[in-house]
Design a binder for this molecule. Structure first.
Ligand code: SUG
Length: 448
């Protein structure tokens, strides 16, 4: 049976703003308080989805979340009518209002971890929503994420959904941003590669000293257990704490993999040789052959990798087996990165083409092409069981673009987040969106 990788991109929500909320994420911190353009952000994301769909890649859409999250503000003690809740939060605790307005669910690589059916004990596709508990504004995503995923992948015969892990630092889980799957072809059993920043219980693992390590080994192990992965089908690796301290807050900022290819920076992992040997060995047992493409620090420094987001790229298999690297515009603007890429595609390696997208609105918050998408490998039967409302077509793309033009503002400042009109605009837009994507009621405001 044929199998595919489908990318579900996050549709940028109408409150996209620069809140400076992610300590350890250099872009988020350096663009704090900048004026955002939610309409442009959503257009940029849709343009990428459309271009990849037009090239023949299977593309889906993941809906944004309800923001401002009035229910979250209520849980923190703000009371009264919805507009009173917002104005009280604005008066008394602006940082909480900003956090409850973040459109951060757009980075769907962090929505959950997905294991395809070929890898799991019960032969279903497994999803574990990520607790994202390192940052308050992201820790509030998972309940709605779970409802949206269930509305998209509803068939119990094909899909299994697990709630987020306990929301404590020992089980910090950032989802697919720290998870890569290697395989010979998408329908074959593969090797799932979990990269963590620290261990919660074992102090022998070195931890970064400046910035937080968001993912723990124990969280990755719990996800592998929940999904019923075999020991032979899993490799764990520790991220180099020195690169976390330089702004590599997720593994997908320093490495990307697809099928049999791992594209990574020389400084990405601790104990690189052992990690690569284990990956190669386990992939061989699945009938594959690991091809690793290491970018030496002499060619691209960690700093350039972080500012250009070279590794936060999508590595996609084309019909002829060669690979395409989808990178943000910032790679073209960085001389050493762009030179490296020119050499890469003119060489004999598996990566033959580079495609550039302008994703500046998302990039300014530390979200590149890879952050914006969740990968789900599906066989034909599973693909047929996906809610058709979320599968991108030319018609859906046009509808979503018109929906964005109708509902989104083209500028948003921190002060605007307290505007009671913004709440009405967002709810009107999201209510319409759930009908467009045929999701049913997934937002707290739809369930009261
Ligand atoms: O979690 N930025 C996100 C970016 C997530 C990128 N995802 C991946 N690498 N897969 C984060 O740090 C910034 C929000 C703000 O500052 O307004 C933010 O949440």
């Amino acid at each position: 049976m044929s199998a595919y990788e489908m990318n579900f991109d996050g549709l940028v929500g109408p409150t996209h703003n620069y809140g400076g909320l992610s300590y350890g994420n250099v872009a988020s911190q350096s663009n704090s308080q900048a004026l955002s353009n939610p309409r442009e952000a959503a257009r940029q994301g849709l343009a990428k989805m459309k271009a990849l769909m037009d090239m023949g890649f299977k593309q889906g859409v993941l809906a944004p979340q309800e923001r401002p999250a009035v229910n979250v503000l209520r849980s923190l003690g703000f009371s009264g009518s919805d507009t009173e809740v917002i104005s009280r939060a604005a008066r008394e605790a602006m940082p909480l209002l900003v956090a409850s307005c973040s459109a951060s669910s757009m980075w769907t690589a962090n929505a959950c971890t997905v294991s395809p059916s070929a890898d799991t004990a019960d032969g279903r596709v497994h999803f574990t929503a990520a607790n994202l508990n390192c940052k308050f504004h992201r820790s509030i995503e998972h309940p709605t994420t779970s409802r949206i995923l269930q509305a998209m992948f509803a068939s119990e015969a094909h899909f299994a959904h697990h709630p987020a892990l306990p929301a404590v630092t020992q089980f910090g889980d950032e989802g697919a941003a720290n998870h890569t799957r290697f395989c010979r072809s998408y329908g074959d059993a593969g090797v799932e590669f979990f990269v963590y920043g620290r261990s919660a219980f074992d102090s022998r693992y070195p931890a970064p000293s400046r910035y937080p390590a968001r993912q723990t080994l124990e969280a990755s192990q719990a996800v592998a257990r929940l999904h019923g992965l075999s020991e032979q089908g899993v490799v764990y690796a520790q991220q180099n704490p020195a690169v976390i301290d330089q702004g590599v807050f997720h593994n997908d900022v320093i490495a990307v993999g697809n099928a049999e290819v791992l594209f990574y920076h020389q400084d990405a992992f601790l104990d690189s040789d052992r990690v690569l040997a284990e990956l190669a060995d386990k992939l061989t047992r699945c009938g594959g052959r690991l091809q690793s493409v290491c970018v030496p620090r002499a060619a691209v420094s960690v700093q350039d990798a972080v500012s250009s987001y070279l590794f936060n790229s999508q590595l996609l298999s084309r019909a002829d087996g060669s690979m395409l690297l989808v990178v943000p515009e910032e790679c073209r603007n960085n001389a050493s990165v762009w030179n490296y890429l020119q050499q890469l595609i003119s060489g004999r390696g598996p990566i033959c083409e580079v495609l550039v997208f302008d994703l500046k609105q998302s990039m300014q918050n530390g979200g590149g092409p890879a952050c914006l998408r969740l990968r789900v490998a599906l066989n034909e039967r599973e693909l047929a069981a996906v809610n058709p409302g979320v599968i991108l077509t030319a018609e859906l793309h046009a509808t979503l673009l018109a929906w964005v033009e109708k509902h989104y503002r083209d500028r948003l400042s921190e002060a605007d987040l307290a505007d009671p009109q913004l709440l009405i605009e967002c709810r009107t837009a999201l209510d319409e969106l759930t009908q467009i994507l045929k999701l049913g009621s997934v937002y707290p405001f739809q369930m009261n």
